[in-house]
Design a protein around this ligand. Structure first.
Ligand code: PRP
Ligand code: MN
Ligand code: MG
Length: 184
C-alpha cells in the first residue's frame, strides 16, 4: 500500500485558503438569503463527495438549520448519456413545506442532481435551492439550475476536499489535479 496520500497529484487547483474564503462567502450569502424565512432550513448533502464542503459550509451559515443526507448510485466510468441514477439512501427527514438547500461537491453531466431534485421536488418542499462547490460547465449534458456556485473549473479530473478517484484523495485539504498516470 502506498502511504503517500498525495501520490500522483500534479498540482493544486484550489488551495486550502481559497476554499476557506469561498466557503465563508457562500455561507454569508446563504445566511442573507434565508434570514427572513420562517420555515426550517434543511441542508441536504449528497453522499459521499459533499461531506467535507458541507461540514465547512454549515458552520458559515449563521441560522438555525438541520442536516440530512441522500446517496445516489454512481454510474461508474462509462461516458454514455441517459445514465440512470438510483437512490441508495434516502433522507430521514420529511421536507414538506420546508426550505431545502442541496449541497454538492461538483456538477459534471448534471444527471445526479437532476434526479435528486426531481425526487425531492415531488415531496412539496417550500423551496429547493442548490449549492455546489465546483461546476464543470463544459461537461454538462442536462440542465440544472444552481443558485450558489463556488468555482467554475476547466474539464480536468479533480480530486480532494471530498472528491475522490476510486475512493482515494477525499481527505486532501485542497482541490488538486491528478496526473494522467493515476487513471491508467
Ligand atoms: C460524483 C460527484 C457528484 C457527481 C457529479 O459523485 O460527487 O455527485 O459525481 O456527476 P454528474 O453531474 O455527472 O452526475 P460519485 O458518483 O463519484 O459519488 P461520490 O460522491 O460518492 O464520490
Ligand atoms: Mn457525489
Ligand atoms: Mg466519486
Amino acid at each position: 500500500m502506498n502511504k503517500d496520500f498525495e501520490f500522483g497529484i500534479k498540482k493544486q487547483l484550489i488551495t486550502k485558503e481559497e476554499l476557506h474564503k469561498k466557503v465563508k462567502e457562500l455561507g454569508e450569502k446563504i445566511t442573507e438569503d434565508f434570514k427572513n424565512e420562517n420555515e426550517p432550513l434543511i441542508i441536504v448533502g449528497l453522499l459521499k463527495g459533499s461531506i467535507v464542503f458541507m461540514a465547512d459550509l454549515i458552520r458559515e451559515i449563521k441560522l438555525p438549520l438541520e442536516i440530512d443526507f441522500i446517496e445516489a448510485s454512481s454510474y461508474g466510468e462509462g461516458t454514455q448519456s441517459s445514465r440512470e441514477v438510483k437512490i441508495l439512501k434516502d433522507l430521514r427527514s420529511t421536507i414538506n413545506g420546508k426550505n431545502v438547500l442541496v449541497v454538492e461537491d461538483i456538477i459534471d453531466s448534471g444527471f445526479t442532481l437532476k434526479k435528486v431534485l426531481q425526487i425531492l421536488g415531488s415531496r412539496n418542499p417550500k423551496k429547493i435551492s442548490l449549492c455546489t462547490l465546483l461546476d464543470k460547465p463544459e461537461r454538462r449534458e442536462v440542465e440544472v439550475n444552481v443558485q450558489y456556485v463556488g468555482f467554475e473549473i476547466p474539464n480536468e479530473f479533480v480530486v480532494g476536499y471530498g472528491l475522490d478517484f476510486n475512493e482515494n484523495y477525499r481527505n486532501l485539504e485542497y482541490v488538486g489535479i491528478a496526473e494522467p498516470s493515476v487513471f491508467e
